[in-house]
Structures are given as structure tokens and as C-alpha cells.
Design a protein around this ligand. Structure first.
Ligand code: FES
Length: 159
């Protein structure tokens, strides 16, 4: 029921349609010609409500991901925060790489400092498991959501 999208001020667009019909519409067009604003908005800005779910998730397929780091960049038992991408990548065990959102679930600070399998948030001291993102210590109560990475050879890519 988005009646707001049907603005009563759709004069110009309507006039265009009517004029295209031909001579029959001409009289109407002339009458409607009172307000001559040249904003011939053919694209209706009013209908952006349904949050365009263009699921473009699976793009470019094999080998097309953005390389985040080399596996050698991620210390075993530790990890690294990639602030630009908003992820933290950890290596809780040799050869096993995990990634999580780097945004603390408490109040949204960026976590930093991964040591001994624990990811720490500097703001209020929450700690998360570097293995599964679960809360080790509050005040945060929710686990860090996992982020998707793929490891190809020595390259860690954001999926
Ligand atoms: Fe991370 Fe408060 S925002 S502990």
C-alpha cells in the first residue's frame, strides 16, 4: 500500500504520454501545459521501496575473488584485521584459516589484536574465539559473524 509513490504531481510525465497518443491528446496536453517544468522524469523515483534484491552474489566464478592476503601473512594462532574489508582472518590451527566480521558485536568497534586464539576488541575488552567467533568474554554477547573466504594455494581471497 505505498500510496505515497503515486504523487499527485505527476503532471509532466502524464503529459508526455498523452502527447504521444497524437492529435486527440493535443487539447489535453495544451490544457495541462500550465506548469512547464522541464523535469521530464521518465524514471519514477518513487518506486524504490522494494529494496532491489538483485542477487549478484555469484560473480565471475573461479579465481575471480579479491585477494585479501597471503597465507603467510596470517600468523598461526593469531590473525590479521583487514579494516578496509571489515574482516578479520585468523589461523587457529596450522593451515586452517577462518574469517569473521571485524565489527565487534557489542558496539561496533573494530576488533584488533589476535593472539592465542582470541580476538580482542579494544573498546570494552570483549574477546572472541579465533576459531569460531564465539564470545569468550563480554560485554559482547553475540559471536562475530563468519565471513567467507577461500584459500587457493597461498592466497586468501574474499569470497
Ligand atoms: Fe567491542 Fe564494546 S565495542 S567491546
Amino acid at each position: 500500500m505505498t500510496s505515497e509513490s503515486l504523487h499527485p504531481v505527476s503532471g509532466p510525465a502524464r503529459r508526455t504520454v498523452v502527447a504521444a497518443v497524437g492529435a486527440a491528446g493535443l487539447a489535453v496536453a495544451l490544457t495541462a501545459c500550465g506548469s512547464d517544468d522541464k523535469a521530464s522524469d521518465t524514471v519514477n523515483p518513487g518506486d524504490g521501496g522494494t529494496g532491489g534484491s538483485s542477487s549478484g552474489g555469484t560473480d565471475s566464478g573461479a579465481g575471480g575473488g579479491t585477494e585479501l592476503a597471503k597465507t603467510a601473512d596470517i600468523p598461526e594462532g593469531g590473525g590479521k584485521v583487514f579494516a578496509d574489508q571489515g574482516v578479520v582472518v585468523t589461523q587457529p590451527a596450522a593451515g586452517s584459516f577462518k574469517a569473521f566480521s571485524s565489527k565487534c558485536t557489542h558496539q561496533g568497534c573494530a576488533v584488533k589484536g589476535i593472539a592465542d586464539g582470541v580476538i580482542t576488541c579494544p573498546c570494552h575488552g570483549s574477546q572472541f574465539s579465533a576459531t569460531d567467533g564465539s564470545v569468550k568474554k563480554g560485554p559482547a554477547t553475540k559471536a562475530l559473524p563468519a565471513a567467507k573466504i577461500t584459500v587457493e594455494g597461498d592466497s586468501i581471497k574474499l569470497a
